[in-house]
Design a protein. Structure first.
Length: 257
């Protein structure tokens, strides 16, 4: 772990002390700098749960990744800075209603800090901008409201939609996990025909005013609630969009149309 190189990748020049202020700032910078993407899966490049591989891909090669890579690497940085971090297993809701996803479907982090615990997640795509208190309640982040409920050993994270409806994001328990326990589901998401990540190429990054997403052959830019879609019809246009909006170098997506 080269902390300086990682922080330069994030464009972060703030304090490094393990405080809530630092954690919040790093969380925001991670989401706004490093994209959530599945390009390696569609290019048939195996993803393995290895911290050195995460660092090489995300920091040295200016790429993004999915939850195991992004939260796995962020945990390494936080620990290097003196934070106490625990891996947790999340079960992603397939329809926003039912908590029927498999165990180890999602890797999420718990950070213990200043006498409290925080839910940390830079690997879920469109989610909360800053760490949420790991306590039952409805928490605001990035202009959205995230209800967090506990039932027995399970915690359910929701997001409130326009009009007041709620969508279930994922369910998790606070049982500490090891990185290698996620290996089977990591392989599943790369190889199973039922995997969400094999259905479409995806690259998405939060911006200070919205979000930019490459979904299949569509570039979607949302700013201040205004959404604009642009079709991309050639491999050259796709590669240009990846470089311009995500800093991802050419050649990351093999077999683009």
């Amino acid at each position: 772990m080269d902390i300086g190189q990682y922080l330069r990748r994030l464009g972060y020049e703030g304090p490094r002390e393990p405080t809530l202020e630092t954690l919040r700032a790093l969380h925001r910078r991670h989401l706004e700098t490093i994209p959530f993407e599945n390009l390696d899966i569609h290019s048939r490049r195996p993803i393995v749960l290895d911290e050195a591989a995460f660092f090489d891909k995300v920091v040295r090669r200016n790429r993004g990744g999915f939850c195991y890579e992004l939260n796995g690497l962020f945990a390494v940085l936080l620990r290097a800075l003196g934070f106490q971090v625990t891996y947790l297993s999340g079960r992603v809701s397939p329809d926003g209603v039912h908590p029927s996803g498999p165990e180890f479907d999602h890797l999420v982090l718990e950070v213990s800090l200043e006498g409290a615990c925080w839910l940390v997640d830079v690997g879920f795509g469109e989610s909360f901008s800053e760490p949420l208190p790991l306590a039952a309640g409805t928490w605001e982040s990035g202009g959205q409201r995230f209800p967090l409920e506990r039932l027995g050993e399970d915690w359910s994270l929701f997001v409130e939609m326009p009009g007041g409806a709620r969508r279930l994001l994922y369910v998790f328990s606070r049982v500490p996990r090891r990185l290698e326990e996620f290996s089977e589901m990591c392989r599943y998401h790369q190889t199973s025909p039922d995997s969400f990540f094999l259905k479409n190429t995806l690259c998405s990054r939060k911006t200070p005013t919205g979000r930019v997403t490459l979904s299949g052959n569509r570039l979607i830019v949302t700013e201040q609630g205004r959404r604009v879609e642009q079709p991309l019809t050639t491999a050259e246009e796709l590669e240009r969009a990846l470089l311009e909006h995500f800093g991802i170098p050419r050649g990351a997506l093999v077999g683009a149309p």
